[in-house]
Design a protein around this ligand. Structure first.
Ligand code: NIG
Ligand code: FE
Length: 389
């Protein structure tokens, strides 16, 4: 395999705190990147860089780790534009619309779901995402949940079983029966296709006892827990996530001081999803409180048809900077290192020796432009595993 030397890098964001300016972004100037066998072989001074077969000059552009989108609902059919319009006219989000998407997804063929997922994954890539997680949750039967996961796995290894997203209409009046199915035959069908287990633990969704039972069953089947929590109101999600050593609790719009303290003393990441707060006209999470308490924070899109039909990590960064008082550096860190931590991955999110060569060449001289020029197409090129495109 050939090696490549990247030169002309205006600003190399390594996210390696040992490198460069010593900040969490580990910014290097007048540095080069050498890529070999899909990994970073060198990130540092040109003078001491190893020789390479090819040379690519990026003409003063910034180079950063590819974005890690640790929370998406990749596979779903239909849209809920009318629900969005009603919400913008004053209606509240309740999660009740999940049933609409379940019906559309069940009715779609495998080919249709594959086509939709492929186009969405392509959109994510065009915005600089090089790794993303994908959840089930719009099938809600053993066959349909497994089908969604099987199709998701054609696009990512980071798949999550979310059978406990809502109680489907055929189980209305038999909530316990549905939870038995989720922990039984549905889990049996889905566990071999997933790495993670997730529950929507919130007002009007599943309570702490139900969520704990599903997550424990998933853990028994070899899955690692993560959680939707504290989106619609104060609730048990964050503390349950810490209790179970979940990789992440996602949303975190409503947190008490006790929740924040619990997260700060844990390995559970707080994943903030500003697209969902935008799309439901909710308050944004208090990112400053989490960062100041020492909690690891991730940013993700939550791409889904109900609350956040968004694939753009640059938009999440811009919202985090403008609306959540994160600095441009903190927001980029959360979109790369934070996402990697939320997926418990140590091979992505940074550009230091040995890491996967997943990176973005920005159509700008500095990462600050991601917050400074919201909505602009700033992605010049995306490289994954050392390959362009
Ligand atoms: O992450 N909150 C739960 N699940 C999704 C939205 C589900 C839907 O409305 O379709 C979310 O926001
Ligand atoms: Fe979600």
């Amino acid at each position: 395999m050939t090696s490549t030397l990247l030169t002309g890098i205006g600003e190399l964001v390594t996210c390696d705190p040992e490198a460069g300016d010593g900040s969490p972004l580990g910014i290097l100037r007048e540095a080069v990147l050498v890529i070999e066998n899909g990994r970073v072989a060198w990130a540092g001074a040109a003078a001491t860089a190893p020789a390479a077969d090819d040379r690519v000059d990026v003409a003063g552009r910034a180079v950063l780790p590819g974005f890690v989108d640790s929370h998406t609902h990749l596979v779903f059919a239909g849209d809920r534009a009318a629900e969005f319009a009603a919400r913008m006219a004053g209606e509240r989000y309740t999660g009740g619309g999940i049933a609409t998407t379940v019906a559309a997804t069940r009715a779609a063929s495998d080919e249709e779901l594959r086509r939709i997922a492929g186009s969405r994954a392509g959109e994510m890539r065009s915005w600089g995402t090089t790794t993303f997680e994908a959840k089930s949750g719009y099938g809600l039967s053993a066959v349909d949940e497994a089908r969604i996961l099987r199709i998701s796995r054609e696009f990512t290894d980071e798949t999550t079983f979310l059978g406990a997203h809502a109680v489907p209409s055929e189980f209305a009046g038999d909530r316990a029966g549905y939870l038995d199915l989720v922990r039984g035959a549905m889990l049996d069908a889905c566990a071999p296709l997933a790495k993670w287990v997730d529950v929507f633990c919130d007002e009007g969704a599943f309570d702490a006892e139900e969520a704990r039972a599903v997550l424990r069953a998933g853990m028994g089947a070899g899955l690692v827990p993560r959680l939707h929590g504290n989106q619609l109101g104060f609730g048990p999600g964050a503390q349950l996530a810490v209790e179970l050593d979940a990789a992440s609790v996602d949303h975190c719009t409503y947190l008490t001081d006790t929740d924040v303290a619990a997260l700060a003393g844990s390995d559970t990441v707080a994943t903030l999803l500003p697209g969902a707060d935008f799309g439901t006209r909710s308050p944004y999470p208090d990112a400053r409180r989490l960062l100041d308490a020492g909690v690891t924070v991730a940013l993700a899109t939550d791409c889904n048809p109900g609350t956040s039909f968004v694939t753009s990590m640059p938009l999440m960064i811009a919202l985090a900077v403008r609306e959540m008082h994160m600095t441009p550096a903190e927001a980029l860190h959360a979109a790369t290192v934070g996402g990697a931590a939320a997926l418990r991955r140590t091979d992505i999110g940074r550009l230091s020796r040995g890491m996967r060569a997943d990176f973005v060449v920005l159509e700008a001289p500095s990462h600050v432009h991601l917050g400074y020029r919201p909505g602009a197409r700033l992605i010049h090129e995306v490289w994954k595993g050392g390959a362009r495109g």
